[in-house]
Every structure is written in C-alpha cells, then in structure tokens.
Design a binder for this molecule. Structure first.
Ligand code: SF4
Length: 325
C-alpha cells in the first residue's frame, strides 16, 4: 500500500491549568502510528475523550504533535512550506461534528462556498465559482441550488447544513477527509442519508477517509468492507477488517464496545448480560494507569498488565495491543 497520510509515533500532550492551579498535562494521543493509503477508509472508534478528534486534528495539521511525525505523501507536514504546504492544506479537509458552527451565521451560503474555489484557483472567476457552487449543492442533494446559495444558515436544517459542510470540504477536490462525528448531531432519520452521501463521494472521487465516531453501529455501516481502529485513552488497541473485528473482537476493550452496542429488541436487550468490566470508571488522562491503561477495568488483567504497556502485534491478521496475545 502506498501511504497517503500516516502518523509515526505521534504523541500530543495538552497543558491545562497554570494561572491559579497547578499545571497538569493531558496525554490525549500516545505514541500512535497509523497509515492510510489512497482510496482507503479507516473508522476510528472509542469512547468520548479517548483522543480520536485530537488524532484527526493532528493529521490535518490543525494542531501540532508534541512528539512524532505526521507524514503526507512521505513528507513530514511540519516541514512543508509555500506551495507544498498550500497543496497539503487543499488536499486535507475536515467535515466537522457541529453543522451549526460550520458556516458563518452572518453570511449567505454562497459566501462560504465561493472563497475556497477562488483561493485554490479551481474556478477562474466569481461567475464560474458560483456555477460550481450550485453544482456542488446539487451533488450533495440540495435543491433548488440557486435558492440555497442565497439563504443564511439560520434558514437551513441541521441535515442541510451538514450537506453544505460536505460540499465545502469536497469543493477543493481533496485526497483526504477527516469526518469527525459527522452525523452525531444530525437527527437519526437523516443520518443514513448523510452517511450514504459521504460513501458515494468516497467511491466517486476515491477520497481517503478517516471516519471518527463513538458509535460502533455507524462505524460498521460506513466501513463495512474496510478497516476499523479502536482507541482507548490515547492508544490504538486494535486495528483490522471491520467485520472481522466486530464479529470476533480480540482486545478485551473491543469486546466491551461490541457487547455495548444497543439491541433494537427490548426483550433481547434485557436478557443480554452487561459487559463484564472490573470498573465502570474511565481513568483520568491526567494520571493514566501504568502498564496497559485498560488494566483497571479489564476482567482479564494479569500482573504484567500493570507493569508493561503492550505494543501492537500482529494477531490473526490484525494488530492487537494486549499481553494475552
Ligand atoms: Fe487486559 Fe492485560 Fe490485555 Fe490490557 S494487556 S487488555 S489489562 S489482558
């Protein structure tokens, strides 16, 4: 696989407090190495606050790593300058979680879609950019496009705003998109439509997607025949083919996530045993447990788990970070 974007032992530490309280350090992403090729989809799943969004932002250069490197087409993005950096910025786009903050509420939709088309010289002039913007709206299923272009965001629904956010992300023809919880704030009835739209775009343009979600059912839908990575407290603990990981999870934390997926039938849901965790409390990122960070909750923890951090190892065709293997 030719790598389009990769992280090489990337760590991100945030400093919090300091003025009136003691400084604390939060290791949001801890020594993560990932690789995405062209035309690839990788779903990143895990509980809220496990570092998924931070990793996505590092890969877009919206924040810089504390250590390690993010490589775009083999080059460290921190060393890109001038034209090369502009090219990276164009090729790496974000579809954010909150469609209500995506667009400037004081500007019409047209004013959000035209500037990137002109900035990256995709359109030669305003007239051409407007025509392209209308075509983009049609492509993301918004019509009549001329009417939508003249609307202010407050006159659009959450689903429509998210479609516009997608239109803006694809307007510059990126090679790589980070979709960060892109359907979590959308009404449940509209989610499948937005997911299908992103999948259509992926197929049409062969765009590489890092799809971030806390919802395993959504990850399964989006990356059914692709790959999934499970994250816990800043570490990747399992990566493999989506169906294989969900049908036969190897890491104890992945097993917990799979067992926690809601069952639509309330009778079956009541009969299902709760995931067997030693503790329901998620450890603090300020003071994470030593060794395997999951050992305080893991029902299978052994002595070595408290002492040694397990590394990702190839197990049954996938990567798993657990001393059991
Ligand atoms: Fe559980 Fe130990 Fe595996 Fe961590 S390394 S998941 S504590 S068995």
């Amino acid at each position: 696989m030719v790598s389009l974007i990769a992280t090489d032992r990337v760590t991100k530490i945030f400093e919090v407090g300091g003025m009136f309280t003691a400084k604390k350090y939060i290791k949001a992403v801890d020594n993560v190495s990932l690789e995405l090729g062209e035309n690839e989809i990788l779903c990143l799943v895990g509980e809220s606050g496990c570092g998924k969004s931070t990793l996505g932002r590092l890969m877009l250069d919206l924040i810089r790593p504390s250590s390690g490197r993010v490589l775009y087409e083999g080059k460290n993005i921190c060393s890109l300058k001038g034209k090369e950096y502009k090219e990276f910025r164009r090729n790496a786009q974000l579809i954010p979680q909150d469609p209500y903050t995506t667009l400037n509420p004081m500007k019409k939709v047209v004013s959000s879609l035209i500037p990137p088309l002109l900035h990256y010289k995709i359109a030669r002039n305003r007239r051409e950019a407007r025509k392209m913007a209308a075509e983009l709206l049609t492509m993301v299923g918004l019509s009549p496009p001329e009417d939508i272009l003249e609307r202010f965001p407050c006159r659009l629904s959450g689903g429509q705003l998210q479609r516009i956010a997608i239109a803006r992300a694809i307007s510059v023809q990126p090679k790589f998109i980070v979709a960060d919880e892109a359907v979590s704030m959308i009404d449940a009835s509209l989610r499948v439509g937005i997911l299908n739209l992103m999948l259509d775009i992926q197929r049409k343009f062969k765009t590489t997607f890092l799809f971030i979600t806390h919802d395993l059912a959504i990850a399964r839908y989006f990356a059914r025949d692709r790959k999934i990575a499970v994250m816990y407290l800043g570490n990747i603990v399992e990566i493999g083919r989506t169906e294989e990981v969900i049908q036969n999870p190897l890491h104890p934390y992945t097993k917990v996530l799979v067992e926690a997926v809601p069952i639509p039938d309330p009778k079956l849901a009541r009969e299902r045993p709760l995931p067997k965790l030693k503790s329901l409390e998620i450890p603090s990122l300020v003071n994470p447990p030593p060794g395997c960070k999951f050992h305080t909750r893991c029902p299978l923890a052994e002595k070595i788990c408290k002492e040694k951090d397990p590394e990702l190892r190839l197990v049954k065709g996938r990567l798993v970070a657990c001393h059991l293997y």
